[in-house]
Design a protein around this ligand. Structure first.
Ligand code: PFF
Length: 456
């Protein structure tokens, strides 16, 4: 059974708190601290935030509940779960399984960037990191990003191979609350800087002129990514959930945790862009790495705070990359009926094949000229998984639950052992109508927009 080893190790996670923490450990990662703020900055600030929140309480809630319930009902992970429910839909589990395979390699590249920044601060080179051009120079270098990528990948692989997740989880239970406090502290500091208030307005007040179809697509992809949805992960987690745990309130807790951290990270980074760079926004994946060192360099005690901050982000990232790698290893193990060590070796090989070009495709890197439909390799992997595959998997999942399995089957599962499921009407309406219609429209508009046929 997929992910059995990992989740068996979590034998103590029998109750609700254990389940919520395990799921949140997978959910809270680079998606919240690195990806969410740069997307918010890029896609119109307040309008992105509004769309994201609306999607989180409807689509995010319904899909996360659905995945957990499928897992709990069948007691199986994605591929076998869909097969058991309806043989015609076993392809859906396989399709969902491709997604973490695409995400893991480039996740480790970004994880490597975080490690590099922790080291830079540790060696007292904060001012160098805060200088203009430092980040571009680093990601354009032919060797450095690969070295850091290999280091991050290596640490992830050691943990997965030797099964020391328990230790990591214990440490991250202490680290995560500290991270939240630090993000809060840095946001307060940033908000007191001259010029930051403009950024707060940009981040919090929706401007409908900034609205585009791709805003919704980006927000939806981010929602799936951040909550580890549409890739079968929550099905596996659900398969280890006890029947007497309330699914509805667990989902609410995970959502509040995940969205809260993303919101705060945005509140820390977006106004900082305005304070340090003026309105001239530094867009794209480098945002956190370009803006935060400048903020720390101005802060009293910034060198130490900056080091602690990047070390904490590293922890959040490593817990997520471990859960990603565990998933991919178990997919390979089940699919090809291989041992754990050999499966790990194959996953490492896949990571190298996809991760090295990702590490070289940024800035002025040697592969930066190599574009797939206009995207560099790392951005293409991100786009293909988040904006194409995840919406497709989510769409087919909704159609399957809405019209083949029927929402009632999952509602009954949610209400097992006297539990309540208050939002069952919302759940049914979202799964049957809102989600499929939205996803189809969003995909269609985005394709038209991407092809330049539609300009909104
Ligand atoms: N949700 C994680 C993040 O926001 O960083 C990314 C992720 C981790 C996705 C683990 C999937 C997963 F299994």
């Amino acid at each position: 059974m997929k992910n059995k080893t990992k989740l068996e190790n979590r034998g103590t996670f029998t109750g609700k708190i254990g389940f919520v923490l395990a799921a949140a450990g997978s959910a809270v990662g680079l998606g919240n601290i690195w990806r969410f703020p740069y997307l918010a900055a890029e896609y119109g600030g307040g309008i992105f935030l509004l769309v994201y929140l609306l999607l989180a309480v409807t689509l995010g809630f319904a899909l996360m509940a659905a995945e957990i319930l499928i897992g709990r009902k069948t007691g199986l992970s994605a591929v076998s779960a869909f097969k058991k429910l309806d043989g015609r839909f076993s392809f859906l589990g396989s399709l969902a399984s491709i997604i973490p395979v695409i995400i893991l390699p480039y996740y480790c590249v970004i994880g490597g960037w975080v490690m590099k920044y922790s080291a830079t601060f540790a060696f007292g080179e904060m001012n160098a990191a805060a200088a203009d051009g430092y980040f571009t120079e680093f990601i354009s270098n032919p060797i450095q990003p690969i070295g850091w990528f290999l280091l991050f990948l290596g640490v992830t692989a050691v943990v997965v191979l030797f099964g020391v997740e328990k230790g990591v989880e214990r440490v991250s239970k202490i680290m995560m609350p500290i991270l939240v406090v630090m993000v809060l502290g840095v946001s307060v500091y940033v908000l007191c800087q001259p010029g930051a208030i403009e950024g707060v307005k940009y981040y919090l007040v929706p401007d409908f002129n900034n609205f585009k179809a791709t805003t919704i697509l980006a927000a939806m992809g981010q929602l799936f990514y951040s909550m580890s949805l549409a890739m079968g992960i929550m099905i596996t987690y659900g398969s280890y959930m006890k029947k007497d745990v309330n699914v509805e309130s667990s989902v609410h807790n995970i959502e509040i945790f995940d969205t809260g951290i993303a919101f705060l990270a945005g509140l820390m980074i977006v106004p900082a862009v305005f304070a340090t760079q003026g309105v001239e926004m530094a867009k794209g994946p480098g945002l956190m790495f370009i803006v935060l060192p400048k903020v720390f360099a101005k802060m009293p005690g910034g060198a130490v705070i900056g080091f602690i901050f990047f070390a904490l982000v590293f922890f959040a990232a490593i817990t997520s990359s471990i859960s990603l790698m565990e998933t991919v290893v178990s997919i390979v193990k089940d699919k090809f009926k291989l041992g754990r060590k050999l499966s790990c070796a194959i996953v490492l090989a896949i990571c190298l094949i996809l991760g090295i070009p990702s590490a070289l495709s940024n800035g002025e890197g040697i592969l930066s000229g190599f574009k797939i439909i206009g995207f560099g390799f790392l951005d293409f992997c991100d786009f293909a998984s988040n904006s194409v595959l995840m919406p497709i998997v989510a769409l087919i999942t909704c159609i399957f639950i809405g019209y083949v399995l029927k929402p009632k089957a999952l509602i009954e599962e949610a209400e097992a052992e006297g539990n309540t499921f208050k939002a069952k009407r919302l759940f049914t309406v979202v799964i049957k109508y809102v989600a499929p219609i939205c996803i189809v429209l969003i995909l269609a508009f985005s394709i038209l927009e991407a092809c330049g046929i539609l300009t909104v």
